[in-house]
Design a protein. Structure first.
Length: 114
């Protein structure tokens, strides 16, 4: 059966030369000096987080229903949507500006029971 993508929203900002990215669906955050390094760290963290929560022998399996519904604080969702509007209004293709970044990365998911 074909896998279904799960899209995770990411908001990021640069302060004092350090990038901070947060996965809004799971409230996972990372910091790094470069945007690419921060993206790699966040991808790795999300992958580990989901694996630990969903695998049969995962250490967080008993708490999966809580962990997979944990959302970032409202302020980050507001920032994400405000900058989404700014991004759309400007017609930008690469980001909101030099100090803000938005993203939506697909994670392939295979339906249960397959």
């Amino acid at each position: 059966m074909k896998s279904l993508p799960l899209f995770l929203r990411v908001y990021g900002e640069r302060t004092n030369g350090v990038w901070s990215l947060i996965c809004l669906e799971f409230n996972l955050a990372v910091q790094a000096e470069s945007l690419n390094e921060a993206k790699q760290k966040l991808r790795s963290m999300v992958k580990t987080y989901i694996t630990d929560a969903l695998s049969e022998d995962g250490p967080d399996r008993a708490f999966a229903s809580t962990f997979l519904r944990r959302r970032a604080p409202t302020i980050f969702w507001l920032k994400y949507y405000v900058f989404s509007v700014v991004y759309w209004l400007r017609g930008n293709k690469g980001g909101c500006g030099y100090d803000h970044v938005l993203g939506s990365d697909p994670i392939p998911m295979i339906p249960a029971g397959v």
